[in-house]
Design a binder for this molecule. Structure first.
Ligand code: NAD
Ligand code: LMR
Length: 311
């Protein structure tokens, strides 16, 4: 089984490395437009195989889509990351064209692939790939919710001084500062988090989570890659192993949560066919309002895509 990662930058290379270390596929193809970069990083990664004990072959290529033929899953990370002072939405002018042309190539060579988008602005780049690929939306979706909930869970683990493994959480909405963490659906080994933490501390963690990407951009001058790469690899694993894991994933809504024709983060069952099912959780009035605000923010970026007249 073959998986392709497009973009051999920070997130793409990390993702390819995480997939290889899981030892769940025969081959990972890493593709970039920069001559030699994917080849070099792949060779370096492959030389960790005798140390980290895996068999997955990693092949780096420069814009050679033949090498990606018949991939089961393709992760698209190509595109600019933001710099301090920018919002993710500022990336649309460059990244929409990149995501469109990469998706065209991918679908030509792997017509049956499941496509996971990582490039930002995430929700609208998913829509852009969906319009380009012209395949069922169960096979075109985005990574953000696993990352955003991982940040939320990591902050909670620190505050509670417990293992991050025991924190389960759900988050809805767009991958922007309007994302909607759901304390009502956050538990620590089955115990409601609200029983374990005071209101102000929980609120501070939620607010920090919402701008978690920006915190890292400020610190590093570019955006994060370790957790994003690992999160996308976890989605690949759920698909290729048909685990049917329930993850927050950026999915096309057609009636779910009362919304239509918009990509937003929602819980889904992820398995061999991609999105096997979108799960609709019950929301109270406040949560519904927050989700509506998040959808409004995503729609305003969809309008920018529309005005670019790429479709
Ligand atoms: N969804 C998320 O949660 C999430 C998390 C982190 C980063 N991101 C986004 O992922 C993208 C990549 O981030 P990064 O830190 O890896 O950036 P990066 O600059 O390190 O890597 C991007 C790579 O894409 C390559 N590229 C550009 N155009 C290409 C094309 N047409 N075909 C193939 N490769 C091409 C570049 O050469 C570069 O190597 C950014 O848009 C960033 O905002 C999203
Ligand atoms: O913040 C960014 O620009 C990258 C990514 O979306 C993240 O959340 O880390």
């Amino acid at each position: 089984m073959k998986v392709t990662v497009v973009g051999a930058g920070n997130v793409g290379a990390t993702c390819a490395n995480c997939i290889a270390e899981k030892d769940i596929v025969n081959e990972v193809v890493l593709l970039d437009i920069k001559e030699g970069v994917a080849e070099g990083k792949s060779l370096d990664m492959w030389q960790t195989a005798p140390i980290n004990l895996y068999d997955t072959r990693i092949k780096g290529v420069t814009n050679d889509y033949e090498a990606t033929n018949n991939s089961e899953v393709v992760v698209i990370t190509s595109g600019l990351p933001r710099k301090p002072g920018m919002s993710r939405d500022d990336l649309i002018a460059t990244n929409a064209g990149i995501v469109k042309s990469v998706t065209e190539n991918i679908i030509k060579h792997s017509p049956n692939a499941k496509i996971i988008i990582v490039s930002n602005p995430l929700d609208v780049m998913c829509y852009c790939a969906y319009l380009t690929a012209k395949i069922d939306s169960s096979r075109v979706f985005g990574m953000a919710g696993i990352l955003d909930t991982a940040r939320y869970r990591a902050f909670l683990a620190e505050a509670l001084n417990v293992s991050p493994k025991d924190i389960q959480a759900l988050l809805l909405g767009g991958h922007g500062d309007t994302m909607v963490p759901l304390p009502r659906y956050t538990t620590v080994s089955g115990i409601p988090v609200t029983d374990l933490i005071d209101h102000d501390t929980l609120n501070a963690i939620i607010e920090r989570t919402k701008v978690g990407g920006g915190e890292l951009v400020k610190l590093m001058g570019t955006s994060a890659w370790y957790a994003p790469g690992a999160a996308a690899a976890q989605m690949v694993e759920a698909i290729v192993c048909n685990h049917r894991r329930i993850f927050p994933v950026c999915a096309l809504l057609n009636g779910e949560y009362g919304m239509n024709n918009i990509y937003l983060g929602v819980p889904v069952v992820l398995g061999k066919n991609g999105i096997e099912k979108i799960i609709e959780v019950k929301l109270d009035k406040d949560e519904q309002e927050l989700l509506a605000q998040s959808a409004k923010a995503v729609r305003s970026v969809m309008d920018v895509l529309d005005n670019m007249k790429l479709f």
